[in-house]
Design a protein around this ligand. Structure first.
Ligand code: 13P
Ligand code: SF4
Length: 319
């Protein structure tokens, strides 16, 4: 604990010294979430992280999360320095959608509007007409459908299928998935719901359809947080990364949050739903990045130009 306190003090000092601001995702370690908030930064979902990074006056952004979040920040503010605690923190959705295969898929369907999830590389974003995150995907696809567009969707198959069911849009899908949310199990979740009949079930839409079908609220990390505050219930079952529990619990001290089951055939099985790449973000990594400038995100200039358009379109739509 002493070492942690010392690292946190060092980070506060380095942030001031470098005139940097810290932006953290809800899935990173609680220390990194708390530090971001108490130093005037932000802890939020991927959409608000992008907007905050673009609008904040600081010329150095320290992004705790996964690589696509740092890249999005850099694309929106190419003149700023964007640092990450660990540049190897990637995402299974990004890894599962390599640009060459994706570009070939798009080339085969030129009549479709390409809508890409934020959890992708800069190169994949550069090939997209629209970028979305889970907090605005439904609204954007619904609007595109009303305007007569057919969609080419990538890369998350569960989020894509959820949007297709909700909007009735014509969506051709890439078949990627999140290794964390893909593991939630409907059968075990039902058993847990029987044990906690008054509990409300909160589900991130990267989860499989049969898990989403059991939800009282489906949405992005920020939507899950809002739902937990709005429901009168005293118990909740949460199907998203366990990192989310920190904010849920601190903002709702009187309520109980139970992790949704991820595997096994028993309703009591413990969740191990924590993204290994989010877990790579550490206090020591933040110190290292701020001290030495290591972990600086670089995106080629031509990609920045092309990838910025779909991201700015999303930010304008959600403004
Ligand atoms: P949110 O946009 O809901 O924060 O989700 C990002 C993510 O990586 C979910 O796994
Ligand atoms: Fe990617 Fe899933 Fe990790 Fe989010 S939780 S960063 S979608 S692997």
């Amino acid at each position: 604990p002493d070492e942690r306190q010392a690292l946190k003090a060092q980070i506060r000092h380095l942030l001031r010294q470098r005139n940097a601001v810290m932006v953290s995702h809800y899935y990173v370690h609680p220390d990194l979430q708390d530090l971001a908030e108490e130093t005037g930064g932000l802890v939020s979902d991927s959409l608000e992280m992008a907007r905050f990074g673009r609008e904040h006056a600081a010329q150095t952004l320290l992004v705790s999360g996964v690589r696509f979040m740092g890249e999005t920040a850099k694309i929106l503010s190419p003149h700023k320095t964007v640092l990450m605690p660990d540049l190897d923190a990637t995402c299974s959705l990004d890894l599962g959608c390599p640009i060459d295969d994706f570009a070939a898929f798009c080339d085969q369907h030129p009549e479709r509007t390409v809508v890409v999830y934020a959890n992708t590389s800069a190169a994949v974003k550069a090939r997209a007409d629209w970028l979305v995150t889970s907090s605005c995907a439904l609204d954007i696809v619904r609007t595109l459908k009303e305007r007569g567009h057919k969609i080419l969707w990538a890369p998350d198959k569960h989020l894509g299928a959820y949007i297709e069911r909700e909007t009735g849009a014509d969506m051709l899908m890439w078949k990627g998935s999140c290794i964390v949310h893909d593991e939630f199990k409907a059968f075990e979740l039902q058993e847990l719901m029987r044990q906690h009949p008054a509990a409300k079930v909160l589900v991130h839409p990267e989860s499989p359809a049969d898990v989403v079908a059991l939800a009282h609220a489906v949405g992005s990390t920020s939507a899950i947080l809002r739902a937990a505050q709005q429901f009168e219930a005293s118990e909740f079952i949460v199907a998203t990364d366990a990192g989310m529990l920190h904010k849920l619990r601190t903002l709702n001290p009187g309520k109980r949050f139970i992790e949704a089951p991820t595997a096994g055939n028993s309703a009591t099985c413990k969740s191990c739903a924590h993204c290994p790449w989010m877990a790579m973000n550490s206090l020591a990594g933040v110190v290292q990045a701020l001290q030495s400038g290591s972990g600086a995100i670089e995106v080629p200039v031509d990609l920045i130009e092309r990838a910025r358009r779909p991201i700015e379109r999303m930010l304008a739509f959600t403004a």
